[in-house]
Design a binder for this molecule. Structure first.
Ligand code: MG
Ligand code: ZN
Length: 213
């Protein structure tokens, strides 16, 4: 589900960074998990008081923007299906942190979330969907909407399911960071690299701009 139709328009109205020439789908993107990558991992974050931006995040987003990467957040939000908070709560928090980032001088091009869960307590969200990571649905939707070249894009997450979603969507490189969940050996083995945090990951990616995904 899209946070709002304005989510994509908000970024789309900005001048797009020009990707390295590869036909028409040359827009590169950084797909970024939310909890544990952008903000501190806490159980089912849904209030701004619990949304604590991790160090270096603003700098990382700024660097991505300067380098012409779209900034896309993709987040599983099963707390909605579990009845812990509502979609309206989720939207409020999204508006709040987006505004906070805007004040810091950075924007996000799209924010996608999945409110579903198989066997969810809340019937309307009880679904085995394609959007919940490790499914690729959220990524595929943004790739189409923003005409992103998936192969020259990358993903940053803190769980195996983030990497799996990225692979399924054809994202060129899928990385993990140590700012969220403790990484399983399986997750580390599946990733293309493991970094201390988002900023160190982004700096490494941007320092090798000519490298094909
Ligand atoms: Mg996470
Ligand atoms: Zn879903």
């Amino acid at each position: 589900m899209t946070e709002s139709s304005g989510a994509i328009r908000d970024g789309g109205s900005r001048p797009a960074g020009q990707g390295v020439g590869r036909g028409s789908r040359t827009q590169r993107a950084a797909f970024i998990d939310r909890d544990g990558v952008l903000n501190e991992e806490r159980a089912f974050v849904h209030r701004i008081e619990d949304f604590v931006l991790l160090p270096g995040v603003v700098q990382a987003l700024r660097a991505l923007e300067a380098a012409g990467y779209r900034r896309v957040v993709v987040t599983n939000q099963s707390g909605i299906a579990r009845g812990l908070y509502t979609e309206a709560d989720y939207q409020r928090l999204t508006d709040q942190y987006r505004e906070r980032l805007r004040h810091a001088g950075v924007t996000l091009d799209a924010i996608e979330y999945c409110p579903h869960l198989p066997d969810a307590p809340v019937p309307q969200y009880r679904r085995a969907c394609e959007c919940r990571k490790p499914g690729p649905g959220m990524l595929v939707k943004v790739i189409r909407a923003l005409e992103i070249d998936a192969a020259s894009s990358f993903l940053v997450g803190d769980r195996l399911t983030d990497v799996q979603a990225g692979r399924a969507a054809g994202i060129g490189r899928c990385f993990l960071v140590r700012t969220g969940y403790a990484l399983s050996a399986e997750a580390v083995a599946a990733a293309d690299g493991v970094y201390e945090d988002l900023l160190s990951c982004v700096q490494d990616v941007l320092s090798t701009p000519g490298r094909p995904a």
